[in-house]
Design a protein around this ligand. Structure first.
Ligand code: ATP
Ligand code: MG
Length: 333
């Protein structure tokens, strides 16, 4: 491939082939208003906010103008309704969200400690979020999808592997592509066949979006250059590496590299930055934008989201991001 081929022309399937699909958890987030340790005394809370990493990804993907859909399950309750309404009004395809009559929508209570770490009380595994299954609506969505985005957080859902395998088969057969955000918690890697299955996902992925050291986990190799080379030897064609307040870096299988400095913002709530980055990057590339433009929008989407309280409250339209890019200074690389 000539040098500028990957920079200008992605291997990801064009937006016109069909929506970017993500499979995983929809949650509400309820946040402590004060910093401190856990939930061991009555404290003021604020929420519910629509949440769940896959939901944030798909919301940002749709808001920036990409076709986007989510396979997920919620309860027949207000927590489910605020999520479905938010995703629908931001332009996401919600046809493959199932509504459980028996189980409540998943939730995460979160409180920041003084040192910036977080305490959580989760209800995911025994909530509607865990009930994702291969319904007729889900099959119909895969049959018209153009791209599958896999998020490591979804591996906590039992049965998700079978659905992903099915989706990959159907979507690849129609010329679609696959991306992987390996936001996999180390505790999950030890479970069952997770390691082997994760390796198979790396093998089918066209694009990988790791954050920091996840690059090494995904590649199974330490060191940036070695990890990047290992991923390219397995068929990956692009890597978008997230570096938090240091911005992001693109690596192409043809040896190309693009560094994009971060925007200078005041972080109010870091949750969701990586998901907004991913949603924007995948949408922009599938819409045919060159790497430099896609990275700029992705950095802007991540940075803007951390300036707003609530995990997906800062997701932005293309117009809002254009304005953000115009008025926000960059961190020095
Ligand atoms: P998360 O923290 O949500 O799990 P992540 O670790 O996958 O996300 P980050 O690298 O934290 O991903 O954020 C994604 C992108 O968002 C970064 O590459 C950067 O462009 C932008 N970003 C995140 N945090 C900041 C920040 N404090 N200042 C400026 N930009 C930021
Ligand atoms: Mg981060």
């Amino acid at each position: 491939m000539p040098m500028d081929a990957i920079l200008d022309q992605t291997r990801l399937a064009a937006d016109a082939l069909g929506p970017t699909v993500v499979i995983g958890e929809i949650l509400v987030e309820i946040m402590a208003k004060s910093r401190g340790d856990g939930f061991l005394e009555p404290i003021e809370l604020i929420g519910p906010y629509p949440s769940g990493a896959p939901a944030i990804f798909v919301d940002q993907c749709a808001k920036i103008g990409g076709q986007a859909a989510i396979v997920a399950s919620v309860g027949d309750d207000d927590f489910g309704r605020i999520n479905i309404e938010r995703l629908r009004s931001d332009g996401a395809d919600v046809s493959a969200i199932s509504v459980s009559p028996d189980y409540p929508t998943g939730s995460a209570f979160v409180r920041y400690r003084d040192d910036g770490s977080r305490d959580f009380v989760y209800n995911i595994g025994k909530s509607a979020a865990a009930l994702v299954s291969l319904t007729a609506e889900v099959k119909a969505l895969f049959a018209r999808a153009g791209h599958l985005h896999v998020m490591g957080t979804a591996f906590a859902i039992p049965g998700v592997w079978e659905i992903m395998d099915h989706a990959i088969g159907v979507i690849k057969l129609r010329g679609g592509s696959v991306s992987l955000d390996p936001n996999l918690r180390k505790e999950l890697l030890g479970l069952g066949q997770t390691q082997e299955r994760f390796a198979r996902l790396v093998d089918v992925a066209d694009l990988i979006l790791p954050s920091g050291d996840e690059l090494f986990t995904a590649a199974g190799v330490e060191g940036e250059a070695a990890a990047v080379a290992a991923l390219f030897s397995r068929g990956v064609t692009e890597i978008a590496l997230k570096r938090g307040e240091h911005g992001s870096t693109f690596f192409g299988a043809d040896g190309s590299r693009v560094d994009c400095p971060a925007f200078k913002v005041t972080e109010v709530d870091p949750t969701g930055a990586g998901d907004c980055f991913g949603g924007a990057y995948v949408a922009c590339r599938r819409l045919g934008m060159p790497v430099s433009k896609a990275l700029e929008y992705a950095n802007a989407a991540g940075a803007r989201n951390v300036t707003v309280q609530g995990p997906m409250e800062g997701a932005a339209s293309r117009l809002q991001l254009d304005e953000f890019i115009t008025v926000t200074p960059r961190n020095r690389p």
